[in-house]
Write a protein that binds this ligand. Structure first.
Ligand SMILES: Cc1cc2nc3c(=O)[nH]c(=O)nc-3n(C[C@H](O)[C@H](O)[C@H](O)COP(=O)(O)OP(=O)(O)OC[C@H]3O[C@@H](n4cnc5c(N)ncnc54)[C@H](O)[C@@H]3O)c2cc1C
Length: 308
């Protein structure tokens, strides 16, 4: 494509996005640092806020027809965005309804996980307390099977509504091949629209107590901007943070990024970190851990844009 044709396409695309999503919901050259919990990342060519499922379906059809790249961003709590930004459309889902029928809770993909946890408590439903304090949207949590304290979101999950190949369909939990920090959604791209969870009737005082206990445990986590644990646990009994600490890497710093002395599986942004600073630390940790243990650590965080 010539530069002129490309620019014309960009102009048309901008107008189309504004027409479909509303001009106030389209941002141009939007710094990703403002939309990720690491607070790093260069400009996204477009960032759109999508308020309705039907608009999402039409938007995805158009982008796939144009072969224009897009990325669904939740809270950006597990994403490392490139310093160069993203030459495509970042899509933020802004539908966030939560409802329940007896012990079944439905939540839209754009709802915050914390809102679902609070909703469950408010309706005396137990089973979600473990997720207290995890920064996530329902879509992001279901996509990568977030978890903590020996629980995963797939334990609570019954069904997921997805947008796949132009159609909205419902998949059962068993169809999603859930595993530790993994779902089939990561292999066969599909957009989570909403999810159905099964909880149990519980006692409000007990639920509140459990949530406070979990919140207290999380208070020991680093306060600086991060994306939570950077590396996946490679096997049972291999505690990544502990291994990194034993190898003397606690506090290891590159530019504005540091291995948190509080929790060595967290890389934190001390204020002016770049994606590249964080990447250098990731590579250094991977090399050092592999040299000493023979284990190559796999990242849990997801890379957005050109990250190398
Ligand atoms: C302080 C801190 C503590 C954390 N603690 C934990 C923890 O205890 N346990 C844990 O598992 N994680 C933890 N994390 C990481 C993060 O909270 C989880 O990975 C969470 O699931 C990310 O959700 P998100 O909505 O922010 O997704 P994002 O980070 O925005 O996106 C992650 C991936 O999900 C995809 N995605 C997002 N929404 C959708 C959708 N609707 N459909 C399809 N794909 C989608 C994105 O494209 C991307 O590939 C922590 C992070 C921080 C910053």
């Amino acid at each position: 494509m010539t530069k002129a044709a490309y620019l014309l396409t960009m102009d048309l695309l901008e107008n189309y996005l504004k027409h479909l999503c509303g001009a106030e919901n389209v941002k141009i050259n939007e710094p990703l640092a403002q939309w990720t919990t690491f607070h790093v990342g260069g400009p996204a060519r477009f960032l759109v806020i999508v308020n309705h499922k039907d608009i999402l379906r039409r938007l995805i059809s158009a982008l796939e027809y144009l072969e224009f790249p897009y990325f669904i961003l939740g809270m950006g709590a597990n994403v490392l965005a490139s310093d160069l930004g993203y030459d495509g459309v970042i899509i933020k889902l802004n539908f966030k309804n939560i409802e329940h029928n007896d012990v079944f809770v439905y939540a839209d993909a754009g709802a915050k996980l914390g809102a679902v946890v609070n909703y469950a408590r408010d309706h005396k439903l137990t089973g979600f307390e473990w997720a207290t304090g995890i920064p996530a949207t329902v879509g992001g949590a279901v996509y990568m099977n977030c978890g903590a304290f020996d629980h995963s979101i797939s334990d609570n999950l019954v069904m997921v509504d997805v947008l796949q190949n132009g159609a909205i369909k419902t998949l059962t939990r068993n169809q999603l091949d859930y595993d530790y920090r993994h779902s089939r959604l990561m292999d066969e791209p599909a957009i989570v629209i909403g999810a159905y969870f099964r909880l149990n009737h519980g006692d409000l005082t007990e639920i509140t107590k459990q949530m406070q206990m979990i919140a207290a445990k999380r208070r020991h986590h680093p306060k600086e901007p991060s994306a939570g644990s950077v590396f996946k646990r490679p096997k049972d009994g291999f505690y990544v943070g502990k291994v990194i600490e034993e190898l003397g890497l606690s506090g290891y710093t590159v530019g504005g990024a540091q291995i948190s002395p509080q929790h060595c599986n967290f890389i934190v942004n001390l204020g002016n970190a770049t994606c590249n600073d964080i990447l250098q630390i990731i590579y250094y940790v991977q090399d050092t851990v592999e040299k000493h243990t023979g284990v190559l650590l796999e990242t849990e965080i997801i890379f957005l844009g050109k990250v190398e």
